[in-house]
Design a protein around this ligand. Sequence first.
Ligand SMILES: Nc1ncnc2c1ncn2[C@@H]1O[C@H](COP(=O)(O)OP(=O)(O)O)[C@@H](O)[C@H]1O
Ligand SMILES: [Mg+2]
Length: 183
Amino acid sequence: MRELALNILDIAENSLAAGAKLIGISLTADFDEDRMEIGITDDGCGMDKDTLARVTDPFTTSRTTRSVGMGLPLFKFSAESAGGRFHIESEKGKGTSVTAEYRISHIDRMPLGDFGGVVLQLVTMNQGVDFRVAVKVGKAEGVLDTREVREILGDVPLDAPEIRAFLRDYIQENLVSIYGGRL
Ligand SMILES: Nc1ncnc2c1ncn2[C@@H]1O[C@H](COP(=O)(O)OP(=O)(O)O)[C@@H](O)[C@H]1O
Ligand SMILES: [Mg+2]
């Protein structure tokens, strides 16, 4: 994976597979501190202690179609190879929270990539699930909460063509004004 955005998609897909109804995605960066943090939090089924202890090991997966689950190990690797840290917390029946930290300037820090495209894909392709996406870079910040969007739209689904086009532009414009091409 050459883009952190694809790692984020992979981790959010774990949350979807866990039956999450609300998924939080946060991106925080501080150029003065040379630090960036990505967090994905869900209210899905969570994991027992045994599974939790093994999930960052590439030889652990609950999938039967593939013997090696790589989502979490790759996300962990992306952080630890870029001067950062990885952290996962999970409680059976409550949910899961995954955090990865990076040194922004580290030579092995992968570029963020198409974060806006990943957010658009997640929010438009999962009707029964809400997302709260929070981005903060220095003093600039923005939040997209699909619960608020749905409240305004009523019964119009988020994947209706005109809504999707609006969301695409809205997300892109906000991300450009918050971090431009700097991440
Ligand atoms: N958010 C989550 N909620 C509950 N279980 C999870 C979550 N994320 C990961 N898991 C568990 O950890 C395993 C490993 O995840 P991952 O590394 O992404 O590989 P894969 O998804 O291919 O199995 C999953 O199969 C699942 O059992
Ligand atoms: Mg996965």
